[in-house]
Design a protein around this ligand. Structure first.
Ligand code: SF4
Length: 184
């Protein structure tokens, strides 16, 4: 691992993430079936956010885009819950994950990084509601974040090739994100 890779892991940890690790893009498992799962709309955001399906784009093109990168900084946050029915705790963890992702993104930009692809948890969450609700363009394209699942990434299968765990014990919820880079 080179100096900058070490530095970006430190940056992710300082943004608040529990763990961060570099992976090769060849380790990322993609599955176009995730688009069908999004369309079920269990999260209630399908078709209501510019960064979510179907507006984010066609699934095969997005998977091709993921595979066009070289390496990824995969990160996770593990949050404690009161019990397995602690829905409020899960929502709060999701909100914090997006706050941390944007802190990491700000740090990357301050270091001069650009042309990377940053994917966090489902739903951009930067505005409430998303400008999509009024059919208006996104006013914050630099801060908008899409999700691993919207790009067809099978997170549980991808994590198997890393030191991280997808599930981290009873009464916890874990959220992931990744920043994809091309070789210079
Ligand atoms: S930044 Fe706001 S308007 Fe843009 S995609 Fe995210 S939630 Fe929607």
């Amino acid at each position: 691992m080179n100096f900058m890779e070490d530095k970006l892991i430190d940056l992710a940890k300082s943004a608040g993430f529990t763990n961060a690790e570099w992976i090769d893009v060849s380790q990322i498992v993609c599955d176009r079936k995730f688009r069908e799962q999004c369309a079920v709309n269990a999260c209630g955001v399908y078709g209501k956010c510019w960064m979510c399906p179907p507006d984010i784009g066609e699934i095969d093109a997005l998977i091709d885009e993921v595979k066009s990168y070289s390496r990824g900084l995969l990160y996770q946050s593990i949050f404690e819950l009161e019990d397995s029915f602690d829905f409020e705790g899960m929502v709060e963890g999701g909100r914090l994950q997006n706050v941390r992702s944007r802190a990491l993104d700000k740090g990357l930009k301050e270091l001069g990084y650009k042309n990377y692809l940053h994917l966090s948890k489902g739903g951009c969450g930067h505005c409430s509601p998303c400008a999509k609700a009024k059919g208006e363009p996104c006013p914050f394209p630099e801060e908008a974040l899409s999700s691993l699942e919207a790009y067809g990434i099978n997170v549980s299968a991808t994590v198997k090739g890393t030191s991280m765990k997808y599930i981290n014990g009873v009464n916890t919820v874990t959220y992931f994100g990744i920043v994809l880079f091309r070789e210079d």
